[in-house]
Design a protein around this ligand. Sequence first.
Ligand code: IVH
Length: 681
Amino acid sequence: MDKRKKSKIELIALREKINYHNYRYYILDDPEITDAEYDRLFRRLVEIENRYPELVVTESPSQRVGAPVEGGFKTVKHSIPMLSLENGFSDKEVKEFEDRIKRLLIRRMRTNYISYTVEPKMDGIAIELIYDNSILKTASTRGDGYTGEDITSNIKTIKSIPLRLFPPGYNQDLPEHLEVRGEVYMEIKAFQQLNKEREKQGEAPFANPRNAAAGSVRQLDPHITARRPLLFFSYGIGEVSGWTFTSHIELLTTLNKWGLRVNTGYIKECKSIDEAITHCRYLESIKHDLPYEIDGAVIKVNSIDLQKALGEKSRSPRWALAYKFEPTQATTRIVKIDVQVGRTGALTPVAHLEQIRVGGVRISRATLHNQEEVERKDIREGDTVIVQRAGDVIPEVVKVIKAKRTGKEKLFIMPDRCPVCGSELVPPGDEVVLRCSNPGCSAQVTGGIKHFVSKDAMDIDGLGDKLVDQLVIKGLVKDSADIYHLSLEDLIALDKMAEKSANNILNAIKESKKTTLAKFIYSLGIRHVGEHVAMVLAKQFREFDNLQKATREDLLSIQEIGPEIADSILSYFSNEENLSFINHLFEAGITIEEMPLEKAPLKEHPFSGKSFVLTGTLSTLTRSEVKKFIEEKKGKVSTSISTKTDYLVLGKSPGSKLVKAKDLGAHILNEEEFLRMLGEG
Ligand code: IVH
C-alpha cells in the first residue's frame, strides 16, 4: 500500500477516535483517556492533514474549535470566534513559535522585537461574559468556538463574577459593550469535598476539578450550580466598544480595575522568549502549591498591534502558545493488587502496574488507599486505569476505563487477617482503614525503624530500607533503640557491606545522637504527629519531659492540637513498652539540643517579626488600618520591597512592587488571605 493510502486509513481511524473522545469529554464529562493522550492523537491528525491537505474533510475534528453544542440550552453566537490555543511541549517548540512569528513580523511590521506575557493556564472551562452598560447580560460556553450554550442563569450564581461592573462610585467611563473571556474553575479542596458529598449521596464522583467545573456550569438547574464552589479568572476579551488597548497586560489590568478577577499574582510580563520560558518553568515548579489545577502556562505576545498583525489560523491565534507541562496522568494496566502493612499497622491495598512514565518518572505501583476506595472506584486486578502522580505524593489510580474490560478482571477483597503476621485485624471504627492488631508485627516494626532513621526524623544517612530489612530479619535490631548498639562486625556481616560503608554508617548513627526536640518527637512515630505537629509540640513544651508529663488540657490548650492528636499522644505515653523504648534511647546517649528561647515564644502570631509591604487598594480596609493591624501583631510595614520582605499584601491595581516581590521570593497575600491570617493566633 502506498504511503498516502496508509495515511488516509489512519486518518479515518483518528477522526473516529477523536470524535469519540470529544464526546466523552465534553458531553459526558467522563473522559477515557488522559489529556496528554488526547493531545497526541490530535497532533498526529494535524500532522497527516498538513502533509495531505486534500484529505481534510469538513467534519474533521481539526475543523472546529471546541466542544459540540448539546441540546437543553439556548445557543449564543460569539461575535468573535472563541479560539483555542496551539500547544508547545518543549523549549524547542517554544523557540520555533518565536522564530515563526518573528519571520512574519519582520515582513508585516518591520520589527522583530517582541515582549510577552506569561500566565497560568487554568484547567477549567472557557466562558464568555457579555456586559451591556456594565450589567452582565449573557454568559455562554465556548461551544464549537462560533456558537456556545447560554448558561447565564448558572453563571450568575458564581460570586466571583460581578453582575455589574465595578465599582459603585467608580466615576470613570466603562465600555457600553464588553465581552470578557476567561475560565471557570474549581479549587482542588472544594472539588474533593464535592466528590465526598456526591459519594455519600450515591452519585458518581467527578474525575477531576475541570470535569466538576464543566459539569457544574452546564447544569440545567441553576440551583445546583449555585451550590458548587466555582471561581472565575478573566484572561481576555472579545468585542469591546469605544476602547483600545496597547498591550495584553494593560488589558488585564484594566479588566481587573473594572472589577473582574485576574490571576495577577502569577502573570508576568517578559522581555524575551527566554524570560518567558523561565516563568513557564517557574509556574511548573510551583504548580503543586497552587490551590487550583493548571496544566500549563500561556505565552502571549504582549503588544496588541503585533497580535493583530499576526492574526490567526482556523483554530488558534498565531500570537499565543500554550506551554504544556509534563503530564501527571498516564494510562496503564493493573497486574496485581496486594496489601502492604505500614508502621502504624494500617493495611493499604497497592496496585502493581505495568511500568509507565509519568512526569518523567517511572512508576510501577500506585496506592489504592483502602477497601472503600477500591469499591467506590470499582478497581479490579487486570483493569486498565488512569494513574496520576502529583509532586512527591504517592501515585494513585484516578479511574478505571471500564470500556477496556475483557471480563477476566478479578475483584479484590481485603484479607481478614494481617498478611504479614497473621494476627487479627482491628475493625475500622470511624476510620475506613483496617489495622493489624499486633504491635510486634514485623511489618510494623520495620516500618517504625525506617521512619525513625529517615531524613526528617533522626536522619541516619546510609541506613536505607533494604539494610533495615536485613537488620530486622537477622534479629540484630528489634526496635529503633537497638540501632545504637550495632557494632562494626554486625554491619560487615550483612550482604554487600564493605568496611568503609559500615564505618560511615556507624559514624552517621553516632552523629544522629545529637538531635533537636522536634525531630526527636517526630521520630517516635506517634500517630497523628507528623513533622508539623512535632514542631508545634517542641515549641510549646521546650523539653521532652514537659511533653511526656502533659495533661489532656495542656495539649488541648495548644491551638493546632485537637482531641484526636491529644489522645494519641496520651495513649503513646501511657504505654509501658513505649516508655521503656524511650529510656533505652536516652541510655544509648541521645541528647536533645535546647530550644533557643526567642524561637519558642508561646503562641506566636504569624505576622510577628515579619516584614510587610502593601501595594494597590484593598476593598474592605484602608492602608492605615492594614498597617495598624500588622503592627498590633508585631509585624513591620515598609514602603519598598527588599530581600527582607516576607509578605506583599496585594490590593487591586497593584504597582510594580508585585513583580519585584515575586522576583525576590516574597509571599503574596491577597485581601482574603491577609484577613484569614490576621484572624489566626
Ligand atoms: S487564552 C485566543 N489564557 O485554555 C486565546 N486561555 O485551548 C484563547 N485557558 O479553553 C485562550 N487559561 O479556556 C487563555 N490564561 C489563559 C488560559 C486559557 C486557561 C484555556 C482556555 C481554552 C484553552 C486553550
